[in-house]
Design a protein around this ligand. Structure first.
Ligand code: BEZ
Length: 266
């Protein structure tokens, strides 16, 4: 059995917990839309550091969590609360057949929170993999960044690289589809969509937009040669966003747009 691991893991579970503890905390809506049952076996795609996976594990018979980042999977193993949970370093774009038993799909449901927008290289591969893992009639309940998600920071990062003579858009790691496009992809690959919505959600950051960029904007930052260049770019963006995204009391907000979908394998 071979795990598909992330080359050059850019994720730091500690950094993530400092600057983005709201991510698992805000995952409860999609968790309740999943409506996990006590007899079910559930696949958590892009489980991150496993906080929400622990909640899921308390509701069902068995959970398998996968994430491309070894650092996240290490953390998830360290904070695991229930014996019914196993973790693997696996990219959601390449869900392997060994996750099923003897090639027979064994999952009643697939769950995913705040992860699928990172799987930009092959979003259709993700959908095909979820379909392959599910029993007939199984369901997915997924939430991730949709059209216009974190638009102001995303645009600012692209433009900052453009100003430096680079093709900023080429450095974006994110796939933020509209509900119309994602419905089309799900239907194309054998899902019957029960519900799909785009929901704007102003989100208070744990720290500030500099912390957000350091945690999530690494592909843009790595385009620059020195730490000084990177800090300069961050400060430029902080000042650009401050007038609209820092509240009177100093708290920073970013406008997240969630795409939430529930669909059944046909
Ligand atoms: C999100 O959860 O929508 C998100 C998080 C980090 C970077 C981009 C999007």
């Amino acid at each position: 059995m071979k795990d598909v691991t992330l080359q050059n893991d850019q994720w730091s579970a500690d950094n993530y917990n400092t600057h983005a503890s709201f991510v698992p905390q805000l995952g409860n809506t999609i968790l309740s839309m999943l409506n996990a049952q006590s007899h079910e076996r559930i696949l958590d795609v892009g489980c991150g550091s496993g906080e929400l996976t622990n909640d899921l594990a308390s509701q069902c018979a068995q959970v398998v969590g996968i994430d491309a980042s070894p650092d996240m999977i290490n953390k998830a193993n360290r904070i695991r609360r229930y014996d019914n949970t196993t973790y693997h370093v696996v990219d959601g774009q390449a869900i392997p057949s060994w996750l099923t038993e003897n090639q027979i799909p064994t999952f009643d449901a697939v769950f995913s929170n705040a992860a699928l927008h990172w799987m930009k290289n092959d979003p259709e591969g993700v959908i095909k993999g979820m379909h392959k893992a599910l029993k007939s009639g199984g369901r997915i309940a997924v939430e991730f960044g949709g059209f216009m998600n974190v638009g102001e920071v995303h645009t600012a990062l692209i433009q900052a690289l453009n100003r430096r003579g680079l093709d900023g858009k080429a450095y974006s790691p994110w796939f933020f589809p509209s509900d119309i496009h994602y419905r089309h992809l799900l239907e194309k690959h054998g899902f019957n969509v029960q519900q799909i919505d785009l929901i704007p959600r102003p989100t208070r950051l744990d720290t500030d937009v500099a912390g957000w960029i350091e945690t999530f904007g690494f592909t843009f930052l790595n385009a620059l040669p020195t730490d000084r260049d990177r800090q300069q770019m961050i400060q430029e963006i902080v000042e650009q966003l401050r007038p609209s995204y820092q509240r009177e009391d100093g708290a920073w907000y970013v406008m997240y747009v969630r795409l939430r979908a529930v669909a059944i394998k046909t």
